[in-house]
Design a protein around this ligand. Structure first.
Ligand SMILES: CC(C)(COP(=O)(O)OP(=O)(O)OC[C@H]1O[C@@H](n2cnc3c(N)ncnc32)[C@H](O)[C@@H]1OP(=O)(O)O)[C@@H](O)C(=O)NCCC(=O)NCCS
Length: 131
């Protein structure tokens, strides 16, 4: 009797879990798909070339000055290792902020949610390794 009830409930629970997962992830997938053309335009802005690149996904500071310390140390490591740093600043003001650390502005793209992404990159300086 118990085995019969379990046998009937488990598939229902499985389908319910699947439906819930789809419901939760579908909007995320939709948003990501809508943003795809803008992301492609952003990538086309550059940088070009085959140099090893490191994408700086997000920068956040925990106290005043920590942002500059982090960016200066990252730039130093990139120079040492010959990395081309790439990032997408969330607005023009942040673009000005990143230019302090040697990032050049490649161009800007408006995302489907109305926000701006400014593609920027920084070539390694005084790097003597193989290119
Ligand atoms: C942007 C951020 C990393 C700066 O770090 P910080 O430690 O606060 O600031 P720093 O000491 O490095 O630099 C101070 C300068 O940055 C400027 N600044 C601070 N926040 C800024 C912001 N959101 N946009 C543009 N400039 C900013 C200040 O006006 C200051 O300028 P000044 O030197 O001319 O007075 C920090 O404000 C932060 O974590 N912001 C939230 C997360 C974020 O927006 N990250 C960027 C995602 S692309």
């Amino acid at each position: 009797m118990l085995a019969g009830v379990t046998g009937a409930v488990v598939p229902v629970l499985g389908w319910a879990l699947l439906a819930l997962t789809v419901l939760v992830f579908l909007p995320l997938a939709g948003r990501a798909t809508r943003a795809l053309p803008a992301k492609v335009r952003l990538c086309r802005l550059g940088p070009r070339g085959r140099r090893r690149r490191v994408y700086v996904h997000s920068v956040a500071s925990t106290r005043p000055g920590a942002g500059a310390e982090l960016m200066t140390s990252l730039a130093g490591e990139a120079d040492q290792k010959g990395w081309l740093l790439v990032l997408d600043a969330g607005n023009e003001r942040l673009g000005t902020y990143y230019s302090r650390f040697g990032f050049a502005r490649g161009g800007a793209v408006k995302m489907p949610d109305g926000t701006l992404r400014v593609r920027m990159w920084r070539q390694p300086q005084d790097w003597r390794g193989s290119r």
